[in-house]
Design a protein around this ligand. Sequence first.
Ligand SMILES: C[S@@+](CC[C@H](N)C(=O)[O-])C[C@H]1O[C@@H](n2cnc3c(N)ncnc32)[C@H](O)[C@@H]1O
Length: 316
Amino acid sequence: MTMAPDILDIRKVKNAAWSQGAVHDQYSYRNSHSDLYLYINQWSDMETYLNVGYTRWWQRHSSTSNHLRLIDRLADALLALHWNSPHRHDRRLLDVASGRGGAAIRAFQEYGVKVTGVDFTEYNVRRAAANARKQGVWSDVDFQMGDAHNLPIADEAVSLAWSIESPAHFKDKPQFLSEINRVLKPGGCLAMSELLVVEPVAKASDANKEIYDNFLKVWDVPYLESRESYLHAMQKAGLKVVQVEIATKYNLSIYKRYCQWFLALCKYSSLYASYKRFIREKLNADLDNVREHSLHSYRALNAGMIDYGLFWAVKE
Ligand SMILES: C[S@@+](CC[C@H](N)C(=O)[O-])C[C@H]1O[C@@H](n2cnc3c(N)ncnc32)[C@H](O)[C@@H]1O
């Protein structure tokens, strides 16, 4: 695959305010961006799942099953690939940036795959371990601290890996992919879901560049890859991409509508003031922060500059 070098230019569009500490803080309820999780936790189990899910029009989005559908979508195609690989009887999965453990636990309970989860936020690793114990799967699903850029896993140790909606936070996504290539056995399989920038839209005008910058800031993301730059990076890392799905209409478009409704509600100032008090008392969350977050997410999603991609690849 030959690619024009300018597809890599999007990596130069960086969030100057990003730091690894901010990502830790977001997932440890220590910065203003965490209020979103406290708020959404009313409908979805954010103490177990930290992804936007996958919902078709007849299914309910604000529920735990939404998260499970995304996990199942990734798992079904990953295991179909694995079935045709030389390692089909080796059923151990590496979950990179495993969050609060929901996806790893699902992988074991639904697919009988033993899982090692790695994440660099202490709060999430502890929470994931507590969730696994509560579900009685701790001996088959374990979690450890580690960085996706330097995985605490031996060379060619696993035949299955995934990373769900996490690489967006990684400072160097090609480095993460080269780590995946290092730890996978030849013929091993990867599934990944990820936020993607639609580069021509994000760069179309100064106004769009600002919208994009604000989106990166509220999500504590250093930069985003595009679909094209990921294909290039995977190939360069030695991973052969076998399937790609742009799933935006099954998650981000729905999230965009929720943001739109919420922002419309925020316009009624007296209603907003009492709702804000209620949310503070009930959830200990600051609704102003949720509004700020929703506004910047809505603007970027409405402009069509963010997509949601699913990728499946095999180590060559
Ligand atoms: C949106 S959550 C997704 C969690 C999980 N995959 C899920 O679907 O529920 C992103 C996770 O990435 C983790 N993370 C971010 N940067 C990381 C890095 N460099 N190394 C390991 N984990 C990281 C965060 O701590 C957080 O748990």
